[in-house]
Design a protein around this ligand. Structure first.
Ligand code: NAP
Length: 507
């Protein structure tokens, strides 16, 4: 049968939009982009909490082929990211392909196309791309009595404007989101209690307003902004990637990053007891570190209290720990997202032989060739896969995947094929290479990660989220992987027709 679309892309965030741009460049214009939210932008549409901003310099956290000379700061606020997403959708004419408020619940391979169940309907396409994000399923902590709390409970990923003036506020969680939010909450709450289970490594944030003259320069001479991007990315690569994935070889970079964060804490917090509580006991990079200039300082304010005892239960008026109870009016959950239980994949995906991707990943290992494709799942690109995330920035991940798509689709076209499937051998070898790199070089196996509670690790204790290579090597692999790592074929009906024609001719 002829499917309705060339490709269905699930997710209208930066990943889905990047894939759609690449598919259009490859000549696939008949696209359907399905998004469960009511607008595009992914994370940057959903997250609206006060203090929301990028924690990677904006010149790096954007598409290299679509630089934005208008960022107001080195680390742009969240609403500018949302505007940038809208600009990209308009410039690359993606909006007409987008459908909002449509939740995909399943996808199954049918001989030569994908059948996708979305909003109770079935749509079909030759190719399926899932770009559902890593951090898209908010996690509510399983704390006894949480449902009985009579005040307001709000997760950071479902923020509602709330006047906190004079209110007693508690926040659970001290991840990268909480680091941005806590200083903002402290500005209006009459009392703020921060419940911390695991401290986070926080480095100073070199965040400055970008003067109008510099923005004009970036607009007129884009290579200047490219140079800034290159410089920022190189520093980040050294600090956030090299000392993490090449911990064995560059332990010094890891130690320097740790020292840098400790000095930052020391400068902002004089009380040694408080400092101790805020100091991680795991190696830098075991979990996502972040940047902030006012996080540590906030804990020195008289109305802000750091609580490190476990929350045993919650009742109608507050939270109870071994240290006593804390009565609050508003409870903020900065408790992050479910990754490994619910998000790999985000909905049921059934492959060629009826294989269920989620079950297969859980029964075998979490794996995907170059973090993009899976054997047994033809014509399927899974952008949020194991080993796909290049730790530098989500945009380096997306652009590597776009390059991979370009090489794959070009090879397929050169063979007059319309179907692709990665070979088991290529996938197995890639998995083995990634596992060896994690085991031999990375902080995940050579550092102290046991107490980090990091979402980089899956439920089996394996660090299968980050690609354990440098960004340069990820780009190189995307543009040079052996095209024989895939099997290519015409669609079965065409192959059948060609065979019949051949027989007729020979008769
Ligand atoms: P997160 O890093 O997963 O942090 C969740 C926090 O909640 C952790 O401190 C965790 O403690 C705590 N927590 C979870 N369940 C708990 C429970 N039952 N009891 C007590 N504490 C509990 O989530 P996030 O802060 O939302 O950040 C997620 C990611 O978003 C970041 O790593 C980053 O990649 C991204 N992010 C990016 C930006 C950006 O600007 N680009 C900004 C914000 C966030 P444990 O550590 O002990 O589990």
């Amino acid at each position: 049968m002829t499917p309705q679309y060339d490709a269905i892309v699930v997710g209208a965030g930066f990943g889905g939009m990047g894939a759609a741009i690449e598919l259009k460049r490859l000549g696939h214009h008949d696209l359907l982009i399905l998004e469960r939210e009511d607008d595009l932008g992914g994370t940057w549409h959903v997250n609206r909490y006060p203090g929301l901003a990028v924690d990677i310099p904006s010149s790096t956290y954007s598409y290299s082929f679509e630089p934005n000379p208008h960022w107001s700061r080195l680390f742009a606020p969240g609403e500018e990211l949302k505007r940038y997403a809208e600009h990209v959708a308009d410039k690359y004419d993606l909006r007409p392909s987008m459908r909002f408020g449509v939740e995909v619940t399943g996808a199954a391979w049918r001989d030569d196309h994908w059948e996708v169940t979305a909003g109770g309907e079935t749509v079909t396409a030759r190719y399926l791309v899932t770009a559902t994000g890593f951090l898209s399923m908010p996690k509510t902590p399983d704390i006894a009595g949480i449902d009985t709390f009579a005040g307001k409970v709000v997760h950071t990923a479902a923020w509602e404007p709330t006047d906190l003036t004079g209110k007693r506020v508690a926040i659970i969680g001290t991840g990268a989101t909480a680091v941005q939010l806590i200083p903002e909450l402290a500005k209006s709450a009459s009392a703020l209690t921060v419940f911390q289970r695991t401290p986070i490594w926080v480095s100073p944030k070199p965040d400055y307003r970008i003067p109008r003259a510099a923005r004009t320069l970036f607009a007129r001479l884009p290579f200047v902004q490219r140079a800034v991007r290159w410089l920022g990315s190189s520093i980040l690569e050294l600090m956030m990637i090299s000392g993490v994935v090449h911990y064995k070889q560059l332990r010094i970079a890891n130690r320097l990053a740790e020292r840098w964060c400790r000095t930052h804490l020391h400068r902002q917090v004089r009380d040694p007891g408080l400092r101790r509580k805020l100091t991680p006991d795991y190696s830098f990079g075991c979990k996502r570190p972040t940047f902030s200039n006012d996080y540590f300082r906030t804990f020195t304010k008289p109305h802000v209290h750091l609580e490190t005892a476990t929350v045993e239960r919650i009742d109608a008026t507050g939270l109870v720990t071994a240290n006593g109870r804390v009565d609050v009016d508003v409870l903020v959950l900065a408790t992050g997202f479910d990754l490994w239980d619910t998000n790999f994949p985000a909905f049921e995906v059934i492959g060629r032989d009826g294989e269920d991707l989620g079950a297969w990943w859980r029964q075998n290992r979490f794996q995907a060739y170059e973090g993009v494709t899976v054997p047994g799942f033809p014509n399927y690109l899974s952008l949020n896969s194991p080993y796909s995330y290049s730790g530098l920035s989500y945009f380096t991940t997306i652009e590597c995947q776009m390059t991979h798509m370009r090489r794959l689709f070009t090879a397929m076209r050169a063979r007059n094929a319309q179907l692709f499937e990665v070979t088991r051998q290529a996938n197995d070898e890639f998995l083995e290479r990634m596992r060896t790199k994690v085991a031999r070089n990375s902080v995940f196996s050579l550092g102290q990660c046991a107490t980090a509670h990091s979402y980089y690790f899956n439920q089996h204790g394996e660090a299968t989220l980050l690609r354990p290579t440098s960004t340069i090597s990820a780009h190189r692999a995307a543009s040079r992987f052996p095209v024989e790592h895939y099997k290519y074929s015409p669609i079965p009906a065409e192959a059948h027709r060609a065979r019949l024609n051949g027989r007729r001719e020979s008769a």
